[in-house]
Unconditional design. Structure first.
Length: 168
């Protein structure tokens, strides 16, 4: 499995898996994390959690500033609850760490996942990682406001008009 990331993040790398209890980076299940959240979130190494789409993200809020990665799960391509979780984490709770899409991550959903706030993707084929990189570069202007921080086409136009009127 390959992890593709946005240009602002580290280059593509293998997913963090396993458990190094001292200071290594870990990516653990939600059940394991919630079983000892205080101790795990205070570790010296980076801590990440695999969060299923049937759990409330509000359970993570007390630990968001201490989590390096939240991997949201798409169990099937038809199940979009992880999109909502991503937007809530970015927009309502201000999470700035890595949001990773895992599970059934399909090429034609990359742009929607980016717009929801995902910035890393576990993909099964190297070709999908390459397609992701191309998708990131392809689109630069959007009409809908979302959690990825980009300004909308409307706001861009308003900025342009304001700068033109200020120059006169």
């Amino acid at each position: 499995m390959t992890t593709a990331t946005t240009p602002e993040r580290l280059p593509a790398r293998r997913p963090i898996r396993g458990l190094d209890p001292v200071d290594g980076a870990i990516l653990i299940s939600a059940a394991r994390f919630l079983g000892d959240a205080e101790a795990l979130s205070r570790r010296a190494g980076k801590t990440g959690v695999i969060w299923p789409n049937n759990r409330d993200v509000d359970d993570l809020v007390p630990y968001l500033d201490r989590l390096a990665v939240i991997a949201l799960v798409f169990p099937t391509f038809r199940d979009g609850r992880a999109y909502t979780q991503a937007r809530l984490l970015r927009e309502r709770h201000g999470y700035r760490g890595e949001l990773r899409a895992t599970g059934q991550v399909l090429r034609d959903q990359f742009i929607f996942m980016l717009r929801a706030g995902f910035d890393a993707f576990d993909v099964k084929k190297e070709g999908d990682a390459e397609a992701f990189a191309a998708t990131v570069k392809r689109y630069s202007v959007f009409y809908q406001p979302t959690g990825d921080g980009r300004i909308t086409a409307l706001h861009r136009r308003m900025q342009l008009r304001h700068s033109e009127s200020a120059g006169q």
